[in-house]
Structure formats: structure tokens, C-alpha cells
Design a protein around this ligand. Structure first.
Ligand SMILES: O=C(O)C(=O)[C@@H](O)CO
Ligand SMILES: [Mg+2]
Length: 288
């Protein structure tokens, strides 16, 4: 049965950050994900997660930067990852090591590594692809070296993002993602399938989900409606049907709710009720 994670960069925006963790636990989520943990000290975050019985299931490697201060301002400055950006080797390496530090401190085994956005004229360069693959391979090796006995292996994930929402974003199709993962062939790399982006770019999220499951590379799923990126209870992305499909396929991993609620987060959770813990209060215990 898939497990639902609240994406705190999208859900509970009506609350300050600390209160989002409490609300997610109360609403029956066992896990949370969010874009950037780097605004907070890892020890403080780990304590908050523990206090609310929540598992950190995913966060992003820095969108840009090269120092902690630069990492913290990178998203607002327009950075969208560095993995394929020319001239960003230093920022990429710094970001991966920082993300691995946070993953170890938070007991989190999935990190989304964004590829970067390019001006249109660069978007199809073969040398960019080679650079992207080389950097992903290097990062996977760094993740492998951080393995500690008893902890789940840290896996670096790549996700196709639609270019309407993120113009020039390098990785925008499932085909690109799967081909890269198969070519590098590293156990510390995997697929993050965001059914919203997938439906926006390629259509037929259900078929793409089957393809992702069949690839053996699927490590995380995210979901939102098309159109609107709100609760997937109407429109082309049928949330309950897709969760049932994951269940039927034996997927026991996490599905991040990465959408903007139409009104309050809690009022919009009805569609997900069968997959949330009745009565809430957080996860039963850590799971990989
Ligand atoms: O936007 C998404 O979709 C994500 O998963 C983020 O990690 C990046 O914006
Ligand atoms: Mg996503």
C-alpha cells in the first residue's frame, strides 16, 4: 500500500513551518517532504520530526549556491538545480555534499537532484547531456560512500518537470529520465515520477506510471491535478485510481502530495482519506 507524504512546500501554506509538521501528523501523514531543509539546523529539524512522529522522506539537493548563504538564496534568485549547468561544477559538488550531510542527520534516504534550466538555444546540446550524466554518476558514488550500516541507502532521484511551469528545464520527459538512469546504471540513482508534470508534458499519467513501475527504477511518486496543480480529485490525474494502481502493483513506497490546495489543506484531504492514518498523530515508526 502506498504511503502518503505531505509536501510542506505546497501543503499547509496557511501555517508557519513548525505548525505544518504538527498539522501533517494530526491529519494522518506518516511522512513529510519539502524543497529545502537548508534554512534550518539539521539537529533542530531532526528533533521536530521526532517530536511529531514524522519521517523525512524526501528533500531537494540545493538549487544552486556554493556556500550555505548562497544555497539559501538560490531558489529566489532563479536557480533550478545545477546538474547540467555549464560552469557549475563547484556549486554542484558543494550542494551534493551538503544534501548528503542533511540526509544523514535527518535519516532521509531520498534526495531530488534538479538538473537546471537553460536558455532555449542550449536546451538540446549533447555535451550538456554528457556533463549531466557524469555529474549524476559522481554524485551517486558520493552517496554510496556515505552508507552507514543499519541505515537505508541514500538514493539520488531525478524528476522530469514540465517546461510550461519551468521554462528551459533540462529534464522534462520520462524517456530522458529513464534513458539516463539506464545508461549510468548506478544503484544509488532512481526515478522520481511526478504525475502532474508527466501529464502536463506527455499525457496519460496512468500509462507512464506503469512504465515507471516496469522499469524497476521507480523510487518516489508525486501527485497533483491537471489542470490546476490542486487536489487530484478531478481532471486528468485521478488520484484515488492512481493510488489503487500503485497498490495493485505492490508499491509500498511514498507518494508526495505536491499540490496547492483549493482552500485549506485539511478541507481538501477527503480524496486521500483511505490512505491516511485514521485519527492522525504521526507515523508508527521509521521505515526506509
Ligand atoms: O516542482 C516539483 O515538481 C518538484 O518536485 C520540486 O522538487 C522542484 O520544484
Ligand atoms: Mg515534483
Amino acid at each position: 500500500m502506498p504511503r502518503l507524504a505531505a509536501n510542506l512546500s505546497f501543503l499547509y501554506q496557511e501555517l508557519p513551518f513548525e505548525a505544518r509538521l504538527a498539522a501533517a501528523a494530526q491529519d494522518g501523514f506518516g511522512g513529510v517532504e519539502f524543497l529545502s531543509p537548508y534554512e534550518w539546523e539539521p539537529g533542530w529539524l531532526a528533533e521536530q520530526l521526532r517530536a511529531h512522529g514524522l519521517q523525512q522522506v524526501l528533500f531537494n539537493a540545493p538549487a544552486g549556491g556554493g556556500t550555505l548563504a548562497a544555497v539559501r538564496s538560490a531558489w529566489a534568485e532563479g536557480w533550478r538545480g545545477t546538474a547540467s549547468l555549464p560552469g557549475a561544477q563547484r556549486q554542484f559538488e558543494y550542494g551534493i555534499e551538503l544534501a548528503l550531510d542533511y540526509a544523514q542527520a535527518l535519516g532521509c534516504s531520498r534526495i531530488h537532484v534538479m538538473s537546471g534550466a537553460h536558455p532555449a538555444q542550449l536546451a538540446h546540446g549533447g555535451s550538456l547531456r554528457q556533463q549531466w550524466l557524469r555529474r549524476l554518476g559522481w554524485a551517486a558514488e558520493r552517496a554510496a560512500r556515505r552508507h552507514s550500516p543499519g541505515a537505508a541507502p541514500i538514493v539520488l532521484l531525478i524528476e522530469a518537470i514540465n517546461q510550461q511551469d519551468m521554462p528551459g528545464y533540462w529534464l522534462h520527459t520520462q524517456q530522458q529520465a529513464l534513458a539516463a538512469l539506464q545508461e549510468i546504471g548506478h544503484p544509488h540513482l532512481g526515478l522520481q515520477l511526478d504525475l502532474y508534470h508527466c501529464q502536463m508534458t506527455e499525457g496519460d499519467a496512468q500509462a507512464q506510471l506503469l512504465r515507471g513501475l516496469g522499469s524497476g527504477l521507480l523510487r518516489h511518486v508525486q501527485i497533483a491535478a491537471v489542470p490546476g496543480r490542486c487536489e487530484p480529485d478531478a481532471g486528468a490525474v485521478d488520484g484515488p485510481a492512481l493510488l489503487r494502481q500503485l497498490d495493485a502493483a505492490g508499491y509500498g513506497g511514498w507518494v508526495g502530495l505536491e499540490y496547492r490546495p483549493r482552500s485549506s489543506t485539511r478541507a481538501g484531504l477527503g480524496w486521500a482519506a483511505p490512505w491516511l492514518r485514521p485519527g492522525g498523530s504521526g507515523a508508527a515508526g521509521p521505515q526506509p
